[in-house]
Design a protein around this ligand. Structure first.
Ligand code: GDP
Length: 306
């Protein structure tokens, strides 16, 4: 049996997660590790966007045009709540919301996030494991001149319009990796092309995660082409943290445990040399997933690199 952990964020990662699940070989055991730093309280519910995006993607329910939420969802509850003066800057569809309602009920009954996620996976027919990085409450806050704000406020409410100066994974010092997480990271790891600061950062900041991966074969896909990420606020967040916003910057962030960095074929020639100077192998290929076909192609390539 070949145990493969796949570190994920949300929208960008979910395309790769779905493709990897579809190309899994018979003796592969895939564990998708979900970021929990995006989690936050909204309408009195504990919303876990990246966990839910992964579950929707792996069970073929994801609204792929938006990259979040359930396909063909409606927004009756959100619109009604707005009339009742509830904040409406974060969109949650009706079907999407039911997952958080059920989760709130189970949390109140003492279930952990991992056990709730396992239940949802079995109910939705997902064969692979989805593990939230930790059951403890870790939330990503972004420091700006306006003060420190939750990542969801920074990104969704204010559309990344405030310059970030630092990022805090609040609660990470006390958090314990979810049961089985370290075990899955011991041999083979794929890091999806995700925002390294907000999607992968909270997971690898957990105690012993980086140390465990030092002994594993770790293959990461860069979310950058040149100095631009394909989407999302990775550019401003890395700049704000003083990290070069590029594939090289990503390689440096992961350098203590990274074996291979996969960069897009459109990257500058010099990138491979610079990555190799860090002691990391560099593979160039087409890394843009735009449909099932491109997803399957890169998924096979990634599995072949392990
Ligand atoms: P999100 O932040 O919740 O959208 O999710 P992730 O952190 O998982 O993914 C966001 C990152 O994925 C962004 O930095 C994008 O540049 C990157 N990304 C999205 N789609 C693709 C793709 O098809 N290929 C590559 N290489 N990167 C992608």
């Amino acid at each position: 049996l070949s145990r493969i952990a796949v570190l994920c964020g949300g929208t960008g990662s979910s395309k790769f997660a779905k493709a990897l699940a579809s190309q899994r070989r018979d003796n592969d055991e895939l564990s998708f590790v979900a970021n929990v730093g995006d989690n936050f309280w909204h309408y009195g519910l504990y919303i876990c966007p990246d966990v839910d995006i992964l579950i929707y993607a792996l069970s073929d329910q994801l609204d792929r045009s938006k990259g979040w939420g359930v396909s063909s969802d409606s927004f009756v509850v959100k619109d009604r709540l707005a009339l009742e003066s509830a904040p409406d800057w974060f969109s949650l569809g009706d079907k999407d919301l039911t997952m958080s309602i059920r989760r709130a009920e189970l949390i109140a009954r003492g279930w952990t996030l991992a056990s709730i996620t396992e239940l949802f996976c079995s109910l939705f027919g997902i064969k692979d494991q989805v593990i939230p990085a930790t059951n403890d409450n870790v939330q990503t806050f972004v420091r700006t001149r306006l003060g420190s704000m939750h990542l969801q406020e920074f990104w969704v409410k204010y559309r990344a319009s405030h310059l970030p100066t630092a990022v805090d994974y609040v609660g990470v010092d006390r958090a314990i990796p979810a049961e089985g997480l370290l075990e899955t990271l011991k041999e083979k790891v794929i890091i999806c092309p995700a925002n390294p600061v907000t999607s992968i950062g909270p997971t690898i900041a957990l105690g012993r995660v980086k140390k465990t991966m030092e002994k594993a074969k770790v293959v990461a896909v860069s979310p950058f082409i040149g100095s631009r990420p394909l989407s999302g606020p990775a550019y401003s967040l890395m700049m704000g943290l003083g990290i070069e916003p590029s594939s090289l910057g990503v390689a440096k962030m992961y350098s203590s445990f990274l074996t291979v960095l996969v960069v897009d074929g459109k990257e500058d020639q010099s990138i491979a040399t610079k990555v190799k100077d860090l002691g990391i192998e560099c593979v160039k290929t087409d890394t843009i997933v735009s449909d099932d076909e491109s997803g399957k192609r890169i998924a096979n390539e990634l599995l072949g690199l392990l």
